[in-house]
Design a protein around this ligand. Structure first.
Ligand SMILES: [Zn+2]
Ligand SMILES: [Zn+2]
Length: 310
């Protein structure tokens, strides 16, 4: 290190909860989600509430935890960054720094023994949910995310995500009791359909990206790029995860704010990010694919190739 190079700050690990607290939280979440339709049979207002709540939580994971905190695919002001972190903490998948640190480790060690979510290394079940229950990954390794660990307010969100998530659940209950979802939706029904069910479903669909998004033996997907990993593009999963299912595209060029590279690869997260950028809420959306990536994926426009020949 030269005399002018500042020493690298080390942040260490942030402890958020014990592994048993995590396990109990997931058991309660999935138990309540399974019980939801039996306790409160579906009605249109409840189904619409569940869909809206699911979409918000999935946007939180895919746009904020994944494309922003993990891959820095766009920029925003510090207040907006804080608001985005609070919104995403509703997803029920720990805090932003925990999520981003584990995900960066996944990319850095993809399909190697230190990849926490590789079906090739650990099997489908371990890559789907097993690793979340492991002592090894319960704390946040802040040195994997030093670019965001320097913000005290983001550290606070990361530590208190459960409190923030439960506050969101209380807010849904409050809205329902005030009649915001119509006269037929009680506070209890809104809590089950607007919190437990969509949160549990979101956890499962994101886990599917980790498992079958890296498992080519299952039909229903394709590989646009011949990457060194086992990542697969899955159209149905991409719809459910608002773009996260274009996982082979993502492993080829993860810095992009868009995961659907072709026009027909529907990427709801990217469309919303484009809107937020147009409104000036976020900026510097990294959505231009390098030419070599386009050509490798068969995406270069034919007209450009013809003109190249002239
Ligand atoms: Zn992956
Ligand atoms: Zn990623």
């Amino acid at each position: 290190m030269s005399a002018t190079t500042p020493p690298r700050v080390r942040y260490g690990k942030q402890v958020t909860e014990s592994i048993n607290q995590t396990r109990v939280r997931y058991v309660i979440l999935f138990g309540c989600a399974i019980a939801t339709p039996f306790l409160f049979p579906p009605t249109w207002p409840l189904v619409l509430l569940a869909v809206a709540s699911y979409a918000l939580r999935m946007f939180g994971v895919e746009a904020i935890y994944h494309r922003y905190f993990s891959h820095r695919a766009f920029k925003c002001s510090r207040p907006v960054q804080f608001v985005l972190a609070v919104i995403a903490s509703q997803c029920g998948q720990h805090g932003p720094l925990w999520w981003a640190s584990v995900h960066r480790v996944h990319h850095q060690n993809v399909e190697q023994p230190d990849d926490p979510i590789s079906p090739r290394q650990h099997g489908l079940m371990q890559s789907h949910v097993g690793w979340v229950w492991c002592e090894r990954y319960k704390d946040t390794d802040l040195d994997v995310v030093p670019d965001f660990a320097r913000f005290p307010e983001i550290l606070w969100v990361n530590k208190h995500y459960t409190l923030l998530m439960l506050s969101g659940a209380f807010f849904i209950w409050l809205l329902a009791t005030a009649g915001a979802f119509g006269p037929t939706v009680t506070g209890g029904a809104a809590l089950m359909w607007g919190f437990f069910l969509p949160t549990a479903l979101g956890v499962q669909t994101v886990s599917l990206v980790n498992s079958i998004g890296h498992f080519g033996h299952l039909p229903g997907g394709y590989r646009r790029f011949d990457t060194d990993d086992d990542s697969v593009n899955r159209p149905l999963l991409a719809l459910l995860t608002m773009g996260g299912g274009w996982h082979n595209n993502h492993h080829r060029y993860g810095a992009s704010a868009r995961a659907g590279f072709a026009w027909y690869e529907i990427d709801l997260t990217y469309y919303i990010l484009k809107l937020l950028a147009a409104l000036g809420i976020i900026r510097d959306l990294r959505d231009q694919l390098p030419e070599d990536v386009r050509e490798e994926g068969g995406l270069a426009p034919a007209a450009a190739k013809v003109s190249d020949l002239r």
